[in-house]
Write a protein that binds this ligand. Sequence first.
Ligand SMILES: [Zn+2]
Length: 205
Amino acid sequence: MTIVVLSLGDLETNCYVVWDDPDRALVIDPADDPDSILTVIRSKGLTVQAVLLTHVHFDHMLAAEAVCQATGAPLWAGAGDEPALGDPGRNLSTWLPGGQAVTLTADRLLREGDRLSMGGQTLTVWETPGHTPGCICLVGDGVLFSGDTLFCGSIGRIDFPGGDVTAMRASLSRLCALPDETAVYSGHGPATTIGREKMSNPYLR
Ligand SMILES: [Zn+2]
């Protein structure tokens, strides 16, 4: 699987463009700046099968509408976060200056066990509530896209609307059961591995 990471916007949110088969690429978390994302898509000759959100917070979806429009790709999001798509209070876009509140509609709601075929590899949807009710992680062969559930050295905040510390603990335990060598690509910050986080992440002790 080829993975291109773009760190975008004021919150340095990671957007991942991933593909095995260039005709079935996925854009994970289209953060700020559609031009950067579309430049990758065009320069690599990719066809985007879907734009998907690990969770519905504004910094992970600011470019969603523009990227979907330019590529014709559908928008997929975790079923548990559906209410936040149309609610700027829940997706936190009320924080944005100038009243540019964001509302979106998903073309498909992703649920536990959904399998996203990329041609060669398949990514499986895990529902990992805690940071938001509908947070999802994408689990592939030796790879995890963890959104804002697990970061290198930290975890996602649970003090936003819909945050849930008990659910977060359960979600993190689940991720920790993945093989140590699993590469972790999170919503903010550098990549890591499950083994490294189990050794050094203070929130996983
Ligand atoms: Zn978030």
